[in-house]
Design a protein around this ligand. Structure first.
Ligand code: IMP
Length: 185
């Protein structure tokens, strides 16, 4: 069984290979432009993205979309996380939260998998809090301002630990569970 990982990010392919390779699924990096719908809902972005890919005649693939959802900002930056990271950055998020006692936030990762004519969509959630300042130089994106347990940020913990507790790690686990439940692996 071979799945195309449709992304511009080669790092994601390696991550899926690590998690799904043991199940006998081989990952292939596949670059394909497709229309992303504008929606404030990750699942809808993924599901419509899958429709657009299937409409191009492509089957047996994985796509994903993730983001940081901040409680006090009513879920912002959410589906606009990549854009917010590029524009206002971590400092911008910290400024928006200045003086706010509510620091709750969560990372979400939605994976869409088209396999053997079936569609699986799962979402992994990692709850935590936004710190008062940026700390750590590991990871990427919002890692320096997010802590899952009130301790060190995602940019300060070992990658193996982040992969275990993160939204992406949880989503991959849910995908594996669903593949097993359906007898696909
Ligand atoms: P993507 O959909 O996985 O490309 O993620 C979209 C954006 O969300 C990224 O550009 C990051 O800004 C943010 N993001 C997603 N996952 C993470 C993470 O694990 N750590 C930090 N930022 C993340």
């Amino acid at each position: 069984m071979k799945l195309k990982v449709i992304t511009s990010n080669a790092g994601k392919v390696a991550e899926y290979q690590r998690s799904l390779g043991d199940l006998g699924i081989e990952m292939e990096h596949y670059r394909l432009p497709y229309d992303e719908v504008q929606s404030s809902d990750l699942e809808e972005v993924v599901s419509k993205g899958m429709d657009a890919i299937v409409a191009q005649g492509i089957r047996d693939f994985i796509i994903d979309d993730s983001g940081l959802f901040v409680d006090a900002l009513k879920g912002f930056p959410g589906v606009w996380s990549a854009y917010a990271q590029k524009t206002i950055g971590n400092d911008g998020i910290l400024r928006l939260l200045e003086g706010s006692a509510d620091r709750g936030a969560e990372f979400r990762c939605c994976i869409g998998c088209d396999i053997a004519g079936q569609r699986i969509i799962v979402t992994g959630v990692c709850r935590g809090t936004i710190t008062g300042e940026q700390t750590g130089d590991g990871g990427f994106g919002f890692d320096p301002i997010f802590t899952h347990d009130g301790g060190p940020t995602f940019a300060e913990i070992p990658m193996e630990l982040k992969n275990r507790v993160s939204h992406r790690g949880i989503a991959v686990g849910l995908l594996v569970d669903e593949l097993r439940k359906r007898g696909l692996v």
